[in-house]
Design a protein around this ligand. Structure first.
Ligand code: AMP
Ligand code: ZN
Length: 483
């Protein structure tokens, strides 16, 4: 497939180390609070990407970390540990907070049809691997000890700013220079691999290390977890755009310093979902979660539809008005699919045309909006119901909007209601001595209508009316009652 690569700044073919197999890594959530729907936009687009790679015939090994230690409130090495902040807020232990919000995250993912990655690894389960990698970096001269902490020395590598320009990041550092610089650092861009000299004496989780009791920095976890579960070569690394710097920049620096060769060739980043005030927040204003959307009556998949209507490489502004429109369109789409009669053979020519169209749309930098347009196109196509359903099925293998499942549930609901109505009617007429004869005439009338013999159909209606019996035609069939 063709996919924008943040590293080369162009849309290019995704090249993997093993043909038809993709080693894909996803930066997982920091489980100190619920995920907001912005975080979930990123995971949803990564999910579409994985589904599409499978659709194309690849196998995918997807690995995700769960950050339960080391992510400070600033993505640089300043501020408080987010996990500790969450634990204090709720008067619980860090591990209790981590377990609760990890489960809540996967529950939100389930509601949004976001597949759980094959391998999910909490950072706290890999401390020995982090220590081993940091020892390797110290041995190779890429790291140093200062003031009790271990730092990565960014001056020791050829090119540190591989994903962004130096100037752009320097500018940003200048802007956020409200935080005091760490005097232990040899270079401004150096980052912490292991903290022992913590400013936070109340840091709850600490481990023994060759450098004293402490805890890992945030960036080392993703590099190590990927190397342990995916080996020395990664094909595709994913995250939100805020991860580009410093997190992914630091991941590349330490992984390539440790391995001595290029680590990952393709970097996929999803742009942010913003609210109307500008930035999604977990602390200020309305905290937009999947549960909040549900409490307001929205189907979480209407939010998925809302996201898929836009390209992942454009910032998206969330508003309830926008979500209302998406929810209406999504419901209408399901109703139209429910109205398709599953009849006729599947037209192979139409099917393969749409199969290619899906590849053209989604296989070209994940154009999900175009894939949605294909759904509307097939609904208008002059072809059998079963062709339409087969095409909808393949498009939805990638979009995962549960279209046929929801449409079939609607059809079943309607059929159950019709059956219940017919049964109620049969019960009503059970003691009527003429019921059998009347129903035979109603069946005859239906046959006559089918054969376009409207004269006979009208005759039967008139004959029954003359006997005081009124017929009512409904979508589910004809009912009768005595006047
Ligand atoms: P975190 O739990 O803060 O580590 O973030 C989880 C994921 O959400 C990361 O991949 C972030 O890049 C991504 N993310 C954070 N904020 C947003 C946002 N407003 N819109 C989309 N993705 C986001
Ligand atoms: Zn990461």
């Amino acid at each position: 497939m063709k996919l924008y690569n943040t590293k080369t700044k162009q849309v290019e073919t995704l090249v993997t180390h093993t043909p038809h197999h993709v080693e894909m890594y996803t930066c997982g959530p920091t489980v100190y609070h619920y995920a907001h729907i912005g975080n979930l936009r990123t995971y949803m687009m990564e999910d579409v990407l994985e589904r599409y790679l499978i659709f194309e015939g690849n196998t995918v090994n997807r690995v995700m970390n769960i950050t339960d230690v080391g992510h400070l409130t600033s993505d640089a090495d300043t501020g408080e540990d987010k996990m500790l902040k969450g634990a204090k807020r709720e008067h619980k232990t860090v591990m209790e907070i981590a377990a609760f919000y990890r489960d809540a995250f996967f529950e939100d993912c389930r509601k949004l049809n976001i597949k759980k990655p094959d391998t999910v690894v909490p950072a706290t389960s890999c401390i020995d691997d982090f220590i081993r990698t940091i020892e390797g970096l110290l041995e190779k001269g890429f790291a140093y000890i200062a003031g009790g902490n271990i730092y990565f020395d960014t001056s020791k590598i050829k090119e540190y700013y591989t994903l962004t320009s130096h100037a752009a990041e320097d500018l940003k550092v200048g802007v956020r220079d409200d935080v005091s610089e760490d005097g232990n650092k040899r270079n401004k861009s150096d980052f912490v691999l292991w903290f022992t000299k913590s400013k936070f004496d109340d840091q709850e989780l600490k481990w023994d290390s060759p450098w004293g009791v402490g805890y890992p920095g945030w960036h080392i976890e993703c590099s190590c977890i990927s190397m342990v579960h995916q080996g020395e070569y990664l094909d595709l690394h994913c995250g939100g755009v805020d991860n580009i710097f410093p997190h992914h920049t630091n991941e590349i620096a330490q992984s390539e310093a440790f391995l001595g060769h290029e680590w990952c060739g393709h970097w996929f980043h999803v742009h942010h979902l913003n609210d109307e005030s500008g930035k999604m927040s977990k602390s200020k204003g309305e905290f937009l979660t999947v549960s909040l959307l549900e409490s307001k009556g929205y189907d979480p998949l209407a939010y998925r539809y809302f996201c898929l209507e836009s390209h992942y490489r454009k910032p998206l502004t969330f508003s309830f008005e926008g979500l209302d429109n998406a929810a209406k369109a999504y419901n209408k789409l399901i109703n139209r699919i429910a109205a398709i009669e599953p009849e006729g053979a599947c037209d192979a020519a139409v099917f393969s045309r749409y199969y290619n169209d899906v590849r053209t749309a989604v296989g070209n930098d994940l154009n999900t909006a175009m894939a949605i347009t294909l759904l509307y196109n097939i609904l208008k196509e002059k072809t059998s119901g079963n062709t339409k359903r087969a095409v909808i099925d393949i498009i939805d293998q990638v979009l995962a909007l549960s279209l046929l499942k929801k449409a079939d549930a609607k059809r079943k609901e309607a059929a159950d209601a019709a059956r219940a109505k017919a049964e109620a009617e049969a019960a009503l007429h059970r003691d009527d001595p003429e019921a059998e004869a009347i129903e035979a005439l109603i069946r005859e009338r239906a046959e006559a209508k089918k054969a376009k013999n409207y004269a006979r159909a009208d005759e039967i209606r008139a004959e029954l009316l003359a006997r005081g019996i009124v017929l009512t035609d409904t979508a589910q069939g004809t009912t009768w009652a005595r006047q």
